[in-house]
Write a protein that binds this ligand. Sequence first.
Ligand SMILES: CC(C)(COP(=O)(O)OP(=O)(O)OC[C@H]1O[C@@H](n2cnc3c(N)ncnc32)[C@H](O)[C@@H]1OP(=O)(O)O)[C@@H](O)C(=O)NCCC(=O)NCCS
Length: 184
Amino acid sequence: MPFRAINADPRVMEFFPSVLPPGDSDTVFERIQRHFERHGFGLWAAEFRENQTFIGFIGLAVPNFDAPFMPAVEIGWRLHGDYWSRGLATEGARAAMRYGFETLRLAEIVSMTVPANLRSRHVMEKLGMTHDPRDDFDHPLLPEGHPLRRHVLYRIDRTRWEASGAVKRRLMKIGATQDSHHPC
Ligand SMILES: CC(C)(COP(=O)(O)OP(=O)(O)OC[C@H]1O[C@@H](n2cnc3c(N)ncnc32)[C@H](O)[C@@H]1OP(=O)(O)O)[C@@H](O)C(=O)NCCC(=O)NCCS
């Protein structure tokens, strides 16, 4: 199963406590399913457009732990290593973010990772999210002293998202469609 392979790859899981054996990967899959049933949204399966291959997940989730920034909805991603650095996480995350702000009418979306996960932080920055070191926190599901316990938090609120041009880009697209039907 492709999801098991992604979760068993040490490169993909570099910033997680361990790679996942098949049983643990299945548990994550079931947790994602339950999240959809409970909240109506979640970590969507990401398919590569050209060949319809399943390459991972990108989406929105309610964290299952307590922290100073809770309650919150986070945006997250995990893709097969063969598909990295083509802008795919950013493309999918933009769509997920639009869904969060336009359809779910969220006031804010957060994202989190360990400080060393520069790839993921770069995606957050490309999405217009900002990092205030005062929001950094120790992940409560990891024991004290664990090297991955410290986390950085990124945020974006709806006002900033609207100002980032994401809404304008869509309006321009509508304008272009109308133009193409114009008799002149
Ligand atoms: C994080 C992840 C989803 C990014 O996916 P992706 O499709 O490669 O992301 P994108 O291509 O949209 O953007 C990545 C950006 O990081 C840049 N990047 C790549 N390696 C980097 C590095 N070592 N340091 C800093 N930036 C880096 C890329 O060049 C790209 O930026 P650019 O578009 O300005 O060139 C992917 O690496 C992944 O699945 N990682 C493992 C799981 C994970 O860590 N998930 C996040 C947990 S919070």
